[in-house]
Design a protein around this ligand. Structure first.
Ligand code: ADP
Ligand code: MG
Length: 543
Protein backbone atom coordinates (compact mmCIF):
# COMPACT_ATOMS: atom_id res chain seq x y z
CA UNK A 1 0.00 0.00 0.00
CA UNK A 2 2.96 2.21 0.59
CA UNK A 3 5.31 2.53 -2.32
CA UNK A 4 4.24 -0.79 -3.76
CA UNK A 5 6.72 -2.59 -5.94
CA UNK A 6 9.69 -1.45 -3.91
CA UNK A 7 10.97 -4.10 -1.58
CA UNK A 8 11.48 -2.72 1.88
CA UNK A 9 14.67 -4.06 3.37
CA UNK A 10 14.72 -4.09 7.12
CA UNK A 11 17.01 -7.01 7.67
CA UNK A 12 20.74 -7.02 7.47
CA UNK A 13 22.24 -8.25 4.23
CA UNK A 14 22.89 -11.97 4.25
CA UNK A 15 20.00 -12.73 6.59
CA UNK A 16 17.96 -15.62 5.29
CA UNK A 17 14.28 -15.67 5.70
CA UNK A 18 11.71 -18.33 5.09
CA UNK A 19 8.06 -17.62 5.58
CA UNK A 20 4.65 -19.20 5.54
CA UNK A 21 4.15 -22.73 4.28
CA UNK A 22 7.76 -23.14 3.29
CA UNK A 23 8.94 -22.37 6.83
CA UNK A 24 6.39 -24.77 8.27
CA UNK A 25 7.28 -27.49 5.81
CA UNK A 26 10.93 -27.13 6.64
CA UNK A 27 10.26 -27.37 10.38
CA UNK A 28 8.18 -30.48 9.93
CA UNK A 29 10.92 -32.05 7.80
CA UNK A 30 13.57 -31.30 10.40
CA UNK A 31 11.43 -32.93 13.09
CA UNK A 32 11.09 -36.07 10.95
CA UNK A 33 14.84 -36.21 10.55
CA UNK A 34 15.42 -36.06 14.31
CA UNK A 35 12.80 -38.72 14.99
CA UNK A 36 14.33 -40.85 12.26
CA UNK A 37 17.64 -40.83 14.12
CA UNK A 38 16.13 -42.52 17.17
CA UNK A 39 12.97 -44.34 16.13
CA UNK A 40 14.77 -47.58 15.32
CA UNK A 41 15.90 -47.82 18.96
CA UNK A 42 12.35 -47.83 20.35
CA UNK A 43 11.34 -50.85 22.34
CA UNK A 44 13.05 -54.02 23.48
CA UNK A 45 13.77 -55.05 19.92
CA UNK A 46 15.15 -51.67 19.01
CA UNK A 47 18.62 -51.46 17.56
CA UNK A 48 21.68 -49.95 19.23
CA UNK A 49 23.54 -46.96 17.90
CA UNK A 50 27.26 -46.49 17.82
CA UNK A 51 28.19 -42.88 18.40
CA UNK A 52 31.66 -41.67 17.58
CA UNK A 53 32.55 -38.19 18.69
CA UNK A 54 35.08 -35.85 17.10
CA UNK A 55 37.82 -37.28 19.30
CA UNK A 56 37.01 -40.80 18.21
CA UNK A 57 35.47 -41.86 21.52
CA UNK A 58 32.86 -44.53 21.06
CA UNK A 59 29.56 -44.91 22.85
CA UNK A 60 27.30 -47.86 22.09
CA UNK A 61 23.80 -47.25 23.30
CA UNK A 62 20.11 -47.87 22.91
CA UNK A 63 19.24 -44.95 25.11
CA UNK A 64 17.39 -42.19 23.29
CA UNK A 65 18.37 -39.45 25.69
CA UNK A 66 22.04 -40.26 25.21
CA UNK A 67 21.78 -40.34 21.43
CA UNK A 68 19.90 -37.06 21.29
CA UNK A 69 22.36 -35.43 23.67
CA UNK A 70 25.23 -36.39 21.39
CA UNK A 71 23.57 -35.14 18.21
CA UNK A 72 25.15 -31.86 17.33
CA UNK A 73 22.23 -30.11 15.69
CA UNK A 74 21.94 -26.57 14.50
CA UNK A 75 18.39 -26.09 13.36
CA UNK A 76 16.22 -24.45 16.01
CA UNK A 77 13.40 -26.95 15.47
CA UNK A 78 15.82 -29.80 16.01
CA UNK A 79 16.93 -28.15 19.22
CA UNK A 80 13.35 -27.89 20.37
CA UNK A 81 12.77 -31.60 19.85
CA UNK A 82 15.89 -32.38 21.80
CA UNK A 83 14.48 -30.21 24.57
CA UNK A 84 11.40 -32.43 24.62
CA UNK A 85 13.61 -35.43 25.25
CA UNK A 86 15.52 -33.59 27.93
CA UNK A 87 12.38 -32.56 29.77
CA UNK A 88 11.11 -36.13 29.55
CA UNK A 89 14.38 -37.43 30.95
CA UNK A 90 14.36 -34.95 33.81
CA UNK A 91 10.73 -35.52 34.73
CA UNK A 92 10.58 -39.28 34.54
CA UNK A 93 13.95 -40.73 33.40
CA UNK A 94 12.27 -42.75 30.69
CA UNK A 95 10.19 -42.41 27.57
CA UNK A 96 12.56 -40.09 25.75
CA UNK A 97 12.37 -41.77 22.36
CA UNK A 98 8.61 -42.08 22.67
CA UNK A 99 8.23 -38.34 23.31
CA UNK A 100 10.37 -37.33 20.34
CA UNK A 101 8.78 -39.81 17.95
CA UNK A 102 5.35 -38.64 19.07
CA UNK A 103 6.19 -34.96 18.63
CA UNK A 104 7.49 -35.61 15.11
CA UNK A 105 4.40 -37.61 14.21
CA UNK A 106 2.09 -34.89 15.51
CA UNK A 107 3.92 -32.44 13.26
CA UNK A 108 3.71 -34.75 10.27
CA UNK A 109 -0.05 -35.14 10.68
CA UNK A 110 -0.40 -31.40 11.17
CA UNK A 111 1.39 -30.88 7.85
CA UNK A 112 -1.23 -33.05 6.15
CA UNK A 113 -4.00 -31.00 7.72
CA UNK A 114 -2.38 -27.78 6.61
CA UNK A 115 -2.28 -29.15 3.09
CA UNK A 116 -6.06 -29.40 3.43
CA UNK A 117 -6.09 -25.71 4.30
CA UNK A 118 -6.70 -26.14 8.00
CA UNK A 119 -5.14 -23.28 9.87
CA UNK A 120 -2.33 -24.08 12.32
CA UNK A 121 -4.20 -22.33 15.14
CA UNK A 122 -7.10 -24.73 14.74
CA UNK A 123 -4.70 -27.66 14.76
CA UNK A 124 -2.86 -26.42 17.84
CA UNK A 125 -6.18 -25.95 19.57
CA UNK A 126 -7.43 -29.41 18.64
CA UNK A 127 -4.15 -30.98 19.70
CA UNK A 128 -4.37 -29.32 23.09
CA UNK A 129 -7.89 -30.65 23.64
CA UNK A 130 -6.80 -34.08 22.49
CA UNK A 131 -3.81 -34.10 24.83
CA UNK A 132 -6.00 -33.28 27.81
CA UNK A 133 -8.39 -36.05 26.90
CA UNK A 134 -5.52 -38.47 26.30
CA UNK A 135 -4.15 -37.87 29.80
CA UNK A 136 -7.61 -38.50 31.20
CA UNK A 137 -7.85 -41.80 29.34
CA UNK A 138 -4.41 -42.75 30.57
CA UNK A 139 -5.47 -42.12 34.17
CA UNK A 140 -8.56 -44.23 33.68
CA UNK A 141 -6.68 -47.29 32.52
CA UNK A 142 -3.92 -46.88 35.12
CA UNK A 143 -3.69 -49.33 38.02
CA UNK A 144 -2.62 -48.55 41.51
CA UNK A 145 0.68 -49.84 42.82
CA UNK A 146 1.26 -49.80 46.55
CA UNK A 147 4.72 -49.09 47.97
CA UNK A 148 4.79 -52.55 49.56
CA UNK A 149 4.19 -54.21 46.21
CA UNK A 150 7.79 -55.04 45.39
CA UNK A 151 6.79 -57.41 42.60
CA UNK A 152 4.97 -54.73 40.61
CA UNK A 153 7.81 -52.28 41.13
CA UNK A 154 10.25 -54.87 39.87
CA UNK A 155 8.17 -55.22 36.74
CA UNK A 156 8.34 -51.50 36.16
CA UNK A 157 12.13 -51.74 36.46
CA UNK A 158 12.41 -54.68 34.08
CA UNK A 159 10.19 -53.00 31.51
CA UNK A 160 12.55 -50.02 31.47
CA UNK A 161 15.58 -52.28 31.06
CA UNK A 162 14.22 -54.77 28.52
CA UNK A 163 16.27 -54.75 25.39
CA UNK A 164 19.08 -52.84 27.03
CA UNK A 165 20.35 -55.54 29.32
CA UNK A 166 20.42 -59.24 28.60
CA UNK A 167 17.44 -61.09 30.03
CA UNK A 168 19.45 -63.28 32.34
CA UNK A 169 20.48 -60.28 34.46
CA UNK A 170 17.32 -58.22 34.27
CA UNK A 171 15.63 -59.68 37.34
CA UNK A 172 18.75 -59.40 39.42
CA UNK A 173 19.19 -55.73 38.55
CA UNK A 174 15.48 -54.98 38.95
CA UNK A 175 15.72 -56.32 42.49
CA UNK A 176 18.75 -54.12 43.17
CA UNK A 177 16.92 -51.11 41.74
CA UNK A 178 13.80 -51.65 43.85
CA UNK A 179 15.81 -52.22 47.02
CA UNK A 180 17.93 -49.14 46.43
CA UNK A 181 14.94 -46.92 45.70
CA UNK A 182 13.02 -48.15 48.73
CA UNK A 183 15.95 -47.31 50.94
CA UNK A 184 16.01 -43.69 49.89
CA UNK A 185 12.23 -43.22 49.78
CA UNK A 186 10.92 -40.94 52.48
CA UNK A 187 7.47 -39.88 53.52
CA UNK A 188 6.78 -36.17 53.65
CA UNK A 189 3.33 -34.73 54.39
CA UNK A 190 1.73 -38.07 53.69
CA UNK A 191 3.39 -38.37 50.29
CA UNK A 192 6.25 -40.55 49.24
CA UNK A 193 9.26 -38.71 47.89
CA UNK A 194 12.18 -40.32 46.14
CA UNK A 195 15.28 -38.38 45.32
CA UNK A 196 17.28 -40.76 43.20
CA UNK A 197 20.30 -38.51 43.57
CA UNK A 198 20.58 -40.12 47.00
CA UNK A 199 21.48 -43.34 45.23
CA UNK A 200 25.11 -43.22 44.31
CA UNK A 201 25.96 -45.42 41.38
CA UNK A 202 29.58 -46.46 40.98
CA UNK A 203 30.72 -48.60 38.09
CA UNK A 204 33.78 -50.74 37.70
CA UNK A 205 34.38 -52.94 34.73
CA UNK A 206 35.65 -56.46 35.15
CA UNK A 207 33.65 -59.22 36.76
CA UNK A 208 30.10 -60.20 36.03
CA UNK A 209 26.91 -58.16 36.15
CA UNK A 210 25.85 -60.45 39.00
CA UNK A 211 28.75 -59.11 41.08
CA UNK A 212 26.87 -55.81 41.20
CA UNK A 213 25.69 -55.05 44.69
CA UNK A 214 24.11 -52.58 47.07
CA UNK A 215 26.19 -50.97 49.76
CA UNK A 216 24.47 -49.26 52.64
CA UNK A 217 26.59 -46.21 52.62
CA UNK A 218 28.99 -44.59 50.22
CA UNK A 219 31.53 -46.06 47.82
CA UNK A 220 34.52 -44.00 46.82
CA UNK A 221 36.70 -44.77 43.85
CA UNK A 222 39.77 -44.12 46.03
CA UNK A 223 42.38 -45.97 48.04
CA UNK A 224 44.28 -45.10 51.20
CA UNK A 225 47.08 -42.65 50.52
CA UNK A 226 49.79 -44.55 52.36
CA UNK A 227 50.53 -48.30 52.36
CA UNK A 228 51.17 -48.21 56.11
CA UNK A 229 47.59 -47.24 56.87
CA UNK A 230 44.97 -49.68 58.16
CA UNK A 231 42.82 -51.22 55.39
CA UNK A 232 39.84 -51.50 57.65
CA UNK A 233 38.51 -49.38 60.49
CA UNK A 234 35.59 -50.53 62.57
CA UNK A 235 33.42 -48.09 64.49
CA UNK A 236 34.75 -45.31 62.31
CA UNK A 237 34.85 -41.67 63.39
CA UNK A 238 35.25 -39.75 60.19
CA UNK A 239 36.71 -36.33 59.62
CA UNK A 240 35.37 -34.82 56.40
CA UNK A 241 37.99 -32.29 55.57
CA UNK A 242 37.79 -29.60 52.94
CA UNK A 243 41.32 -28.37 53.44
CA UNK A 244 44.62 -29.78 52.29
CA UNK A 245 46.86 -31.46 54.80
CA UNK A 246 49.87 -29.65 53.51
CA UNK A 247 51.78 -26.52 54.29
CA UNK A 248 50.36 -23.70 52.24
CA UNK A 249 52.72 -22.23 49.71
CA UNK A 250 52.87 -18.47 49.85
CA UNK A 251 50.95 -16.57 47.21
CA UNK A 252 53.90 -14.35 46.37
CA UNK A 253 57.47 -15.31 45.56
CA UNK A 254 59.58 -15.01 48.60
CA UNK A 255 63.23 -15.76 48.75
CA UNK A 256 64.39 -17.20 51.96
CA UNK A 257 68.09 -16.90 52.37
CA UNK A 258 69.44 -19.84 54.18
CA UNK A 259 73.03 -19.50 55.13
CA UNK A 260 73.70 -22.50 57.28
CA UNK A 261 72.66 -26.16 57.46
CA UNK A 262 71.15 -25.46 60.87
CA UNK A 263 68.87 -22.85 59.40
CA UNK A 264 67.71 -25.25 56.70
CA UNK A 265 67.01 -27.88 59.30
CA UNK A 266 65.07 -25.38 61.38
CA UNK A 267 63.02 -24.40 58.36
CA UNK A 268 62.18 -28.00 57.51
CA UNK A 269 61.48 -28.77 61.13
CA UNK A 270 59.00 -25.94 61.22
CA UNK A 271 57.09 -27.37 58.22
CA UNK A 272 57.18 -30.81 59.74
CA UNK A 273 55.93 -29.49 63.03
CA UNK A 274 52.96 -27.76 61.43
CA UNK A 275 51.88 -30.99 59.72
CA UNK A 276 52.51 -32.98 62.84
CA UNK A 277 50.34 -30.58 64.82
CA UNK A 278 47.51 -30.97 62.34
CA UNK A 279 47.65 -34.74 62.61
CA UNK A 280 47.89 -34.54 66.40
CA UNK A 281 44.78 -32.41 66.42
CA UNK A 282 42.96 -34.95 64.27
CA UNK A 283 44.07 -37.80 66.47
CA UNK A 284 43.07 -35.99 69.64
CA UNK A 285 39.55 -35.48 68.31
CA UNK A 286 39.11 -39.24 68.17
CA UNK A 287 38.96 -39.42 64.38
CA UNK A 288 40.26 -42.65 62.88
CA UNK A 289 39.33 -41.89 59.27
CA UNK A 290 40.11 -38.78 57.26
CA UNK A 291 38.31 -38.21 53.96
CA UNK A 292 39.93 -35.18 52.44
CA UNK A 293 38.65 -33.17 49.51
CA UNK A 294 42.09 -31.69 48.88
CA UNK A 295 45.63 -33.03 48.90
CA UNK A 296 47.58 -34.75 51.65
CA UNK A 297 51.29 -34.05 51.78
CA UNK A 298 53.79 -36.97 51.96
CA UNK A 299 54.86 -35.97 55.40
CA UNK A 300 51.27 -35.74 56.61
CA UNK A 301 50.59 -39.15 55.09
CA UNK A 302 53.43 -40.55 57.10
CA UNK A 303 52.16 -39.06 60.36
CA UNK A 304 48.60 -40.21 59.67
CA UNK A 305 49.81 -43.74 58.98
CA UNK A 306 51.80 -43.71 62.19
CA UNK A 307 48.69 -42.63 64.06
CA UNK A 308 46.79 -45.58 62.56
CA UNK A 309 44.39 -43.33 60.67
CA UNK A 310 42.73 -44.37 57.41
CA UNK A 311 43.06 -41.45 55.00
CA UNK A 312 41.89 -40.78 51.46
CA UNK A 313 42.56 -37.65 49.46
CA UNK A 314 40.95 -35.72 46.60
CA UNK A 315 37.42 -36.91 47.27
CA UNK A 316 34.95 -35.29 44.87
CA UNK A 317 32.87 -32.44 46.23
CA UNK A 318 29.61 -34.21 45.40
CA UNK A 319 30.84 -37.27 47.26
CA UNK A 320 31.76 -35.14 50.27
CA UNK A 321 28.19 -33.89 50.42
CA UNK A 322 26.84 -37.44 50.20
CA UNK A 323 29.27 -38.49 52.93
CA UNK A 324 28.11 -35.68 55.17
CA UNK A 325 24.50 -36.74 54.73
CA UNK A 326 25.26 -40.41 55.24
CA UNK A 327 27.64 -40.25 58.18
CA UNK A 328 26.08 -37.28 59.93
CA UNK A 329 29.42 -35.50 59.87
CA UNK A 330 30.10 -31.88 59.06
CA UNK A 331 32.43 -30.82 56.30
CA UNK A 332 35.27 -29.06 58.08
CA UNK A 333 36.82 -26.14 56.25
CA UNK A 334 39.44 -25.23 58.75
CA UNK A 335 41.28 -27.85 60.68
CA UNK A 336 41.90 -25.45 63.52
CA UNK A 337 38.21 -25.16 64.17
CA UNK A 338 36.55 -28.50 64.65
CA UNK A 339 35.57 -30.71 67.50
CA UNK A 340 34.78 -34.37 67.87
CA UNK A 341 31.12 -33.46 67.39
CA UNK A 342 31.77 -32.65 63.76
CA UNK A 343 32.93 -36.17 63.01
CA UNK A 344 30.76 -38.51 60.98
CA UNK A 345 30.14 -42.12 61.93
CA UNK A 346 30.09 -45.45 60.13
CA UNK A 347 30.18 -49.02 61.32
CA UNK A 348 33.01 -49.88 58.99
CA UNK A 349 35.32 -48.13 56.57
CA UNK A 350 37.43 -50.42 54.47
CA UNK A 351 39.35 -50.82 51.27
CA UNK A 352 38.56 -53.58 48.84
CA UNK A 353 39.97 -54.53 45.50
CA UNK A 354 37.32 -54.26 42.80
CA UNK A 355 38.52 -55.27 39.36
CA UNK A 356 42.12 -54.16 39.46
CA UNK A 357 41.66 -51.05 41.57
CA UNK A 358 41.09 -50.39 45.22
CA UNK A 359 37.90 -48.71 46.34
CA UNK A 360 36.86 -47.34 49.71
CA UNK A 361 33.60 -48.46 51.27
CA UNK A 362 31.95 -46.44 54.01
CA UNK A 363 29.37 -48.84 55.36
CA UNK A 364 26.69 -48.90 58.01
CA UNK A 365 25.98 -45.19 58.14
CA UNK A 366 23.46 -43.68 60.53
CA UNK A 367 21.86 -41.53 57.80
CA UNK A 368 19.27 -43.99 56.48
CA UNK A 369 18.84 -42.23 53.18
CA UNK A 370 22.07 -43.09 51.59
CA UNK A 371 22.81 -46.09 49.54
CA UNK A 372 25.27 -46.90 46.83
CA UNK A 373 25.14 -49.39 44.04
CA UNK A 374 28.29 -50.88 42.65
CA UNK A 375 27.74 -51.95 39.06
CA UNK A 376 30.02 -54.55 37.51
CA UNK A 377 30.23 -55.89 34.00
CA UNK A 378 32.64 -57.23 31.44
CA UNK A 379 33.95 -54.22 29.58
CA UNK A 380 33.79 -50.49 29.90
CA UNK A 381 31.13 -50.24 27.19
CA UNK A 382 29.06 -52.83 29.00
CA UNK A 383 29.17 -51.06 32.36
CA UNK A 384 28.48 -47.71 30.72
CA UNK A 385 25.32 -48.98 29.07
CA UNK A 386 24.49 -50.86 32.26
CA UNK A 387 24.71 -47.61 34.18
CA UNK A 388 22.37 -45.86 31.74
CA UNK A 389 19.77 -48.61 31.95
CA UNK A 390 20.10 -48.85 35.71
CA UNK A 391 19.47 -45.13 35.92
CA UNK A 392 16.29 -45.60 33.88
CA UNK A 393 15.31 -48.42 36.20
CA UNK A 394 15.77 -46.54 39.48
CA UNK A 395 14.15 -43.52 37.82
CA UNK A 396 10.96 -45.31 36.86
CA UNK A 397 10.74 -47.23 40.12
CA UNK A 398 11.08 -43.92 41.98
CA UNK A 399 8.38 -42.32 39.85
CA UNK A 400 6.06 -45.32 40.25
CA UNK A 401 6.60 -45.27 44.00
CA UNK A 402 5.94 -41.53 44.23
CA UNK A 403 2.82 -41.50 42.07
CA UNK A 404 1.50 -44.97 42.76
CA UNK A 405 0.08 -45.62 39.30
CA UNK A 406 1.18 -47.71 36.36
CA UNK A 407 -0.07 -48.04 32.81
CA UNK A 408 0.41 -50.78 30.23
CA UNK A 409 3.35 -50.66 27.82
CA UNK A 410 3.67 -52.39 24.48
CA UNK A 411 1.50 -49.78 22.77
CA UNK A 412 -1.61 -50.77 24.76
CA UNK A 413 -2.10 -47.34 26.28
CA UNK A 414 -1.62 -45.65 22.91
CA UNK A 415 -4.24 -47.79 21.19
CA UNK A 416 -6.72 -47.21 24.01
CA UNK A 417 -6.08 -43.46 23.88
CA UNK A 418 -6.54 -43.39 20.10
CA UNK A 419 -9.82 -45.29 20.39
CA UNK A 420 -11.23 -42.93 22.99
CA UNK A 421 -10.00 -39.88 21.08
CA UNK A 422 -11.84 -40.92 17.92
CA UNK A 423 -15.08 -41.07 19.92
CA UNK A 424 -14.30 -37.73 21.53
CA UNK A 425 -13.52 -36.12 18.16
CA UNK A 426 -17.02 -36.86 16.92
CA UNK A 427 -18.49 -35.22 20.03
CA UNK A 428 -16.38 -32.13 19.50
CA UNK A 429 -17.12 -31.91 15.79
CA UNK A 430 -16.16 -28.99 13.55
CA UNK A 431 -12.64 -28.37 12.35
CA UNK A 432 -11.12 -29.42 15.64
CA UNK A 433 -12.53 -32.87 15.02
CA UNK A 434 -10.01 -33.38 12.27
CA UNK A 435 -7.15 -32.26 14.50
CA UNK A 436 -8.24 -34.59 17.29
CA UNK A 437 -8.50 -37.46 14.83
CA UNK A 438 -5.04 -36.63 13.54
CA UNK A 439 -3.80 -36.73 17.12
CA UNK A 440 -5.35 -40.18 17.55
CA UNK A 441 -3.57 -41.39 14.42
CA UNK A 442 -0.32 -39.86 15.63
CA UNK A 443 -0.42 -41.64 19.00
CA UNK A 444 -0.56 -44.97 17.22
CA UNK A 445 2.99 -44.36 16.02
CA UNK A 446 4.08 -46.04 19.27
CA UNK A 447 2.75 -49.56 18.57
CA UNK A 448 3.55 -49.14 14.88
CA UNK A 449 7.19 -48.38 15.59
CA UNK A 450 7.44 -51.13 18.21
CA UNK A 451 6.14 -53.58 15.61
CA UNK A 452 8.41 -52.30 12.87
CA UNK A 453 11.47 -52.56 15.09
CA UNK A 454 10.53 -56.13 15.93
CA UNK A 455 10.36 -57.00 12.24
CA UNK A 456 6.56 -57.21 12.26
CA UNK A 457 4.13 -55.59 9.88
CA UNK A 458 3.04 -52.35 11.51
CA UNK A 459 -0.36 -52.13 9.81
CA UNK A 460 -1.35 -55.73 10.54
CA UNK A 461 -0.25 -55.29 14.14
CA UNK A 462 -2.26 -52.11 14.51
CA UNK A 463 -5.37 -53.75 13.09
CA UNK A 464 -5.03 -56.64 15.53
CA UNK A 465 -4.48 -54.24 18.42
CA UNK A 466 -7.50 -52.13 17.55
CA UNK A 467 -9.53 -55.28 17.34
CA UNK A 468 -8.37 -56.38 20.79
CA UNK A 469 -9.37 -53.01 22.21
CA UNK A 470 -12.92 -53.21 20.90
CA UNK A 471 -14.38 -54.03 24.28
CA UNK A 472 -13.82 -53.08 27.90
CA UNK A 473 -11.63 -56.10 28.64
CA UNK A 474 -9.14 -55.12 25.97
CA UNK A 475 -7.73 -52.01 27.65
CA UNK A 476 -4.46 -53.60 28.62
CA UNK A 477 -3.88 -55.51 25.39
CA UNK A 478 -0.56 -54.63 23.82
CA UNK A 479 2.09 -56.04 21.56
CA UNK A 480 4.43 -58.63 22.99
CA UNK A 481 7.39 -57.79 20.80
CA UNK A 482 9.11 -61.03 21.73
CA UNK A 483 6.60 -63.26 19.94
CA UNK A 484 4.54 -60.78 17.91
CA UNK A 485 1.33 -61.70 19.73
CA UNK A 486 -1.25 -59.37 21.23
CA UNK A 487 -1.31 -60.04 24.96
CA UNK A 488 -2.40 -58.59 28.27
CA UNK A 489 0.45 -56.35 29.41
CA UNK A 490 -0.40 -56.80 33.10
CA UNK A 491 0.09 -60.54 32.74
CA UNK A 492 3.19 -60.01 30.62
CA UNK A 493 4.60 -57.65 33.28
CA UNK A 494 5.15 -54.76 30.91
CA UNK A 495 4.29 -51.79 33.13
CA UNK A 496 5.25 -48.16 32.99
CA UNK A 497 4.67 -45.38 35.48
CA UNK A 498 1.69 -43.22 34.55
CA UNK A 499 3.90 -40.15 34.60
CA UNK A 500 6.04 -41.41 31.69
CA UNK A 501 3.08 -41.60 29.33
CA UNK A 502 1.56 -38.38 30.57
CA UNK A 503 4.75 -36.38 30.19
CA UNK A 504 5.38 -37.82 26.72
CA UNK A 505 1.93 -36.69 25.60
CA UNK A 506 2.12 -33.26 27.18
CA UNK A 507 5.73 -32.57 26.22
CA UNK A 508 5.25 -33.67 22.61
CA UNK A 509 2.02 -31.68 22.25
CA UNK A 510 3.56 -28.56 23.68
CA UNK A 511 6.58 -28.70 21.38
CA UNK A 512 4.48 -29.49 18.32
CA UNK A 513 2.21 -26.56 19.15
CA UNK A 514 5.11 -24.22 19.53
CA UNK A 515 6.64 -25.31 16.23
CA UNK A 516 3.32 -25.10 14.38
CA UNK A 517 2.77 -21.51 15.41
CA UNK A 518 6.00 -20.50 13.68
CA UNK A 519 5.55 -19.20 10.16
CA UNK A 520 8.70 -17.24 9.77
CA UNK A 521 12.30 -18.31 10.19
CA UNK A 522 14.68 -15.41 10.15
CA UNK A 523 18.27 -16.43 10.42
CA UNK A 524 21.25 -14.16 10.68
CA UNK A 525 24.10 -14.73 8.28
CA UNK A 526 26.55 -17.32 9.61
CA UNK A 527 29.35 -15.73 11.55
CA UNK A 528 27.75 -12.30 11.51
CA UNK A 529 26.36 -12.26 15.01
CA UNK A 530 29.45 -13.80 16.42
CA UNK A 531 28.87 -12.96 20.04
CA UNK A 532 25.46 -14.56 20.09
CA UNK A 533 26.55 -17.69 18.34
CA UNK A 534 29.52 -18.30 20.54
CA UNK A 535 27.40 -17.69 23.58
CA UNK A 536 25.03 -20.37 22.37
CA UNK A 537 27.81 -22.82 21.73
CA UNK A 538 29.45 -22.54 25.08
CA UNK A 539 26.04 -22.86 26.69
CA UNK A 540 25.61 -26.21 24.99
CA UNK A 541 28.98 -27.44 26.01
CA UNK A 542 28.32 -26.88 29.66
CA UNK A 543 25.64 -29.55 29.65
P1 ADP B 1 11.96 -44.79 25.48
O1 ADP B 1 13.20 -43.98 25.34
O2 ADP B 1 10.80 -44.08 24.90
O3 ADP B 1 11.73 -45.26 26.86
P2 ADP B 1 12.52 -47.53 24.88
O4 ADP B 1 13.47 -48.01 23.85
O5 ADP B 1 12.88 -47.70 26.29
O6 ADP B 1 12.18 -46.03 24.55
O7 ADP B 1 11.15 -48.27 24.58
C1 ADP B 1 10.02 -48.07 25.34
C2 ADP B 1 8.84 -48.77 24.71
O8 ADP B 1 9.03 -50.19 24.71
C3 ADP B 1 7.58 -48.51 25.50
O9 ADP B 1 6.54 -48.23 24.61
C4 ADP B 1 7.35 -49.83 26.21
O10 ADP B 1 5.99 -50.05 26.48
C5 ADP B 1 7.87 -50.80 25.23
N1 ADP B 1 8.20 -52.10 25.82
C6 ADP B 1 9.07 -52.36 26.81
N2 ADP B 1 9.09 -53.69 27.08
C7 ADP B 1 8.24 -54.27 26.23
C8 ADP B 1 7.82 -55.63 25.96
N3 ADP B 1 8.34 -56.64 26.66
N4 ADP B 1 6.92 -55.83 25.00
C9 ADP B 1 6.43 -54.80 24.30
N5 ADP B 1 6.79 -53.53 24.45
C10 ADP B 1 7.66 -53.26 25.41
MG1 MG C 1 12.80 -46.63 28.01
Amino acid sequence: MLGSGYPVLVLKEGTTRESGRSAQEKNIMVAQAIAEAVRTTLGPKGADKMLVDSLGDVVITNDGATILKELDVEHPTAKMLIEVAKAQDEECKDGTVTSVVLAAELLKRAGELMNQKIHPTVIVDGYRMAAEKAVEVLKNIAREVKPEDAEALKKVATTAMTGKISDSFKDYLAELAVNAVRRVAEEKDGRIRVDIDNIKVEKKHGGSIKDSRIVEGVILDKEVVHPGMPKEVKDAKILLLNQGLEVKKTEFDATIRITSPEQLQAFLNEEEKMLKDMVEKIKASGANVVLCQKGIDDMAQHFLAKAGIYAVRRVKKSDMEKLAKATGGKIVNNIKEFTSEDLGKAERVYQEKVGDENMTFVEGCPGARSVSVLLRGGSEHVVDELERSFHDAIGVVGVALEDGYVTPGGGAAAVEIARELRKYAVDVGGRQQMAIEAFADAVEIVPKTLAENAGLDPIDTLIELRDAHKDEKGKWMGLNVMNGKIEDMWKLNVLEPLRVGRQAILGATEAAGMILRIDDIIAAKKGESKGGEEGGKSGDEEE
